[in-house]
Design a protein around this ligand. Structure first.
Ligand SMILES: CC(C)(COP(=O)(O)OP(=O)(O)OC[C@H]1O[C@@H](n2cnc3c(N)ncnc32)[C@H](O)[C@@H]1OP(=O)(O)O)[C@@H](O)C(=O)NCCC(=O)NCCS
Length: 157
């Protein structure tokens, strides 16, 4: 297996995505499908983790997801994703989703997710990822929380 590469700060891989909810993204009540939001979460996590390791990645798992507020047709979805922790071949990416009413500008927290992405080499096998260069107390707090979640996650594997 390759040696672990040099550390990178979370800023280098952070993702901000903005989407508008269109009719094909909604159910018959005009609310966004949960699966649509989950697809966007997976995309944001894939982009952040790919930027971090610059290899192919796959989604290994998504921790439990709770939708806190409905997202309506025409609303704007904003996704913020960043690598919380880099382990050996896997990374935890935190994704926060906000919805914005385009007319009032009011925002609501739709959901947050913790996604585990695994880096793959050219043969499709897991490969080591660069470490995270943690610079702020908040980044260190996120890394500690991610390590704690990883213990629970892998215990249930
Ligand atoms: C994820 C996958 C690459 C792991 O392969 P594996 O042969 O189990 O490899 P390993 O046991 O060496 O695990 C590799 C890493 O994945 C992590 N991992 C594996 N399963 C996991 C899970 N359910 N949750 C979180 N992390 C997991 C391991 O902890 C390890 O991370 P680490 O090196 O940082 O410690 C493999 O299961 C896979 O390809 N799954 C399908 C992925 C996919 O297609 N996703 C899209 C679904 S449509």
């Amino acid at each position: 297996m390759q040696a672990r590469r040099s550390r990178k700060p979370p800023d280098h891989s952070r993702v901000e995505m903005t989407e508008i909810v269109l009719p094909e993204d909604t159910n018959q009540y005009g609310h966004a499908w949960g699966g649509h939001v989950m697809t966007l979460i997976d995309k944001a996590a894939a982009i952040a983790s790919t930027r971090h390791c610059r290899t192919n990645v796959v989604t290994a798992s998504v921790d439990s997801l709770t939708f806190r507020a409905p997202v309506k047709l025409g609303h704007i979805l904003k996704l913020y994703a960043s690598v919380n922790a880099a382990f050996h071949t896997s990374m935890e990416v935190g994704v926060k989703v906000l919805s914005e009413d385009p007319l009032s500008g009011l925002q609501a927290h739709c959901c947050s997710a913790f996604v585990t992405m695994v880096a793959l080499d050219a043969t499709g096998r897991p490969t080591p990822v660069p470490g995270l260069a943690l610079r702020t107390p908040e980044e260190r707090r996120r890394q500690r929380a991610a390590a704690q979640r990883r213990r629970s996650r892998l215990a249930g594997r």
